[in-house]
Design a protein around this ligand. Structure first.
Ligand code: 2HA
Ligand code: ZN
Length: 267
């Protein structure tokens, strides 16, 4: 049998987690990641028994019998290449939706990230919209985080500001960007609030903390954060000195040409 850490989805997860660390986004144990396995990928684990069973603080029965690759609580992204079985693990949401079984990783008594409620609740919200959605990433992307100190707490203003910084933004996230005012992290409540935003947006800012993104693949979820981070960086480095920005007419023209359904409420 192929070693679990050599399976392609694990290799891709390790690669993107390391990349986020190298980007300077995930200091210490900052950030977390989750990926729902396909049926094919889950086959390896189907007949196995979990090494441990843990209780969940919320109902995840919508995801019952699904396997998820997720970062472990307290672990540092910096170590993912060297110690994948400590930084990552694979869990199954059990039949009752209230427990998970652990199948791989979570070495030395590890357990899923403190933000597991946000991850699973976001997966549920996104899956209800689109059955291809499988990845949720939380990271402390530097300029994106900085943006939450600079702009009013208004999704329309934040969305428009980003759309106007890079030509590709309105095409990559035409529904706009969600925003949550500061609240305590690691709770089921912030998970529910983030998931509510994910009913509309694929990307949600957590004020003075970081960002959550969802996608149908690791490339999509990560690419979305990269795009927002680039726009936030352009906003920050041109602050006080901008001679122009992309206007509303150009945004409409772009969305027409590339046939994307732009969120009219943001225009
Ligand atoms: O797990 O980023 O939001 C570390 C965090 C919590
Ligand atoms: Zn965080």
């Amino acid at each position: 049998m192929k070693k679990i850490e050599k399976m392609r989805f694990v290799v891709d997860a390790i690669d993107v987690i390391d990349k986020m660390y190298m980007n300077g986004w995930d200091e210490r144990n900052g950030g977390n990641f989750s990926y729902l396995l396909t049926e094919e990928e889950a086959k390896v684990f189907q007949k196995k028994k979990p090494s441990r069973v843990l209780e969940l603080s919320f109902d995840a029965s919508y995801l019952k019998n699904r396997f998820v690759l997720v970062t472990a609580t307290g672990q540092f992204f910096r170590n993912v290449k060297k110690y994948p079985e400590e930084v990552l693990g694979i869990a199954k949401i059990l039949e009752d939706g209230k427990h998970i079984g652990l199948y791989w990783g979570f070495k030395n008594g590890g357990r899923p990230t403190s933000e597991f409620p946000s991850h699973l609740l976001c997966h549920i919200a996104r899956l209800k919209k689109d059955s291809s959605q499988r990845v949720v990433i939380h990271t402390h992307a530097t300029y994106t985080l900085a943006l939450t100190f600079l702009l009013p707490e208004d999704e329309r203003i934040i969305t428009r500001t980003l759309w106007k910084m890079c030509t590709e933004c309105s095409i990559v996230f035409p529904e706009g960007i969600g925003y949550l005012p500061w609240e305590l992290c690691g709770t089921t409540k912030i998970g529910e609030d983030t998931a509510k935003k994910m009913e509309t947006f694929k990307i949600v800012l957590w004020s003075m903390h970081g960002v959550y993104s969802a996608g149908s693949s690791i490339n999509e979820a990560f690419g979305l954060i990269e795009t927002v981070e680039k726009a936030a960086k352009i906003y920050c480095i041109t602050m006080g000195n901008r001679q122009r920005e992309i206007d509303d007419e150009s945004i409409k023209e772009l969305c027409d040409f590339f046939r994307v359904d732009v969120n009219k409420a943001m225009l």
